[in-house]
Design a protein around this ligand. Structure first.
Ligand code: F6P
Length: 343
């Protein structure tokens, strides 16, 4: 029973539409729930901007990337109109009894604050980065890993042909899950992640040892990785004698440094938003659907202030406070296990 508003907030992620579909189908079929979709994340909640959402609207959307509701990085408290009173008055006008917020760490932190301000909210965790503490996996991660792994495979053939070192940058500002998984799956010779620093000397040693065996080195780096001494990154004279600017991304900083120090021709690729777009994997559609069904059950039980989470094989409920403000890092032992066979 009741009418609920669904929003998707923060960076988009493959599997969002599966969550929306799972929630609506479960809610209509089992709990006599109705839904509206808030447009463009918390912006829709603050300005009372909605679209209708029912079985007909969600038909066939699980296979679509992105989100049919649109998203934004807009926080509900960042504008003068973003007050609990305003939000509640829009909810009354629209007949909305509670909010289902689908998003990452920032979205869950905002959802927690809304809940503390007396707005009934539940959450669904989302990020391709897989760095949310309270859940073992987030949907979107699997798709991103598949795309990044394909990029490693593709870079390997061109790297081998030219006897070059290839450096691939994947997403992961705070944690290196995508780099770890894609690097391992693609057989990278070095995987560099924000949680566990490595020196330029060590990276070059791995690259040289690969080259010495007659192979073409493959380095996968997460965007949040930094070198202990980033000063070396300011200027670069290529092997061809031309000065090249060092650009913003870590792959573009690393590649010329590796080339300079090893004498091995090196190229950088920044995968960027390609790893967030397009068709979700089957695994992400399944997890998204299960999360959607579980969140509809939570709403039916009035379990506000909580988020769904994957723990082992089960979908469970955890309070927002357990989920926000902590990054789930790649464990040191897992990194060291992979590192043992670098080079
Ligand atoms: O948080 C998910 C994420 O994909 C990060 O890995 C990445 O750093 C960021 O979003 C990119 O955000 P935007 O789409 O706003 O550039």
């Amino acid at each position: 029973m009741g009418r609920f508003g669904i929003l998707t907030s923060g960076g988009d992620c493959p599997g969002l539409n599966a969550v929306i579909r799972g929630t609506v189908l479960q809610g209509e079929t089992l709990h006599d729930q109705e839904f509206v979709g808030y447009l463009r994340g918390y912006r829709g909640l603050v300005y009372g901007d909605v679209m209708s959402l029912d079985r007909g609207v969600v038909r066939g959307i699980s296979s679509q990337g992105g989100t049919i509701l649109g998203t934004s990085r807009f926080g509900p408290y960042t504008e003068p109109d973003g007050t609990p009173d305003n939000i509640k008055s829009h909810m009354r006008r629209l007949g909305v009894d509670g909010v289902i917020a689908i998003g990452g760490d920032g979205t869950m932190a905002a959802a927690n604050r809304l809940y503390e301000d007396g707005i009934p909210v539940v959450g669904v965790p989302k990020t391709i980065d897989n760095d949310l503490e309270a859940t073992d996996y987030t949907f979107g991660f699997n798709t991103a890993v598949e795309i990044a792994t394909e990029a490693v495979d593709r870079l390997r053939t061109t790297g081998n042909s030219h006897k070059r070192c290839m450096v691939l940058e994947v997403m992961g500002r705070h944690a290196g899950w995508i780099a770890m998984f894609a690097g391992t799956a693609g057989g990278a010779h070095a995987i560099l992640i924000p949680e566990h620093p490595e020196s330029l000397e060590q990276i070059c040693e791995w690259v040289r040892s690969v080259q010495d065996r007659g192979r073409s080195p493959m380095v996968v780096v997460a965007e949040g990785f930094t070198l202990p001494d980033m000063d070396e990154a300011h200027s670069h004279k290529g092997l061809d004698g031309f000065n090249r600017p060092r650009l913003g991304g870590i792959a573009e900083i690393l590649a010329p440094l590796i080339e300079e120090k090893t004498g091995i021709e090196t190229r950088a690729t920044v995968l960027g938003h390609i790893q967030r777009g397009g068709v979700p994997s089957a695994w992400d559609r399944v997890l998204g659907t299960r999360f959607g069904q579980a969140v509809s059950n939570m709403v039916a039980d009035g379990a506000w202030g909580q988020m769904v989470a994957l723990r082992g094989m089960s979908v469970e409920r955890v309070p927002f406070s357990e989920a926000v403000g902590h990054t789930k890092n790649v464990p040191l032992e897992q990194y060291l296990g992979a590192r043992a066979i670098f080079g």
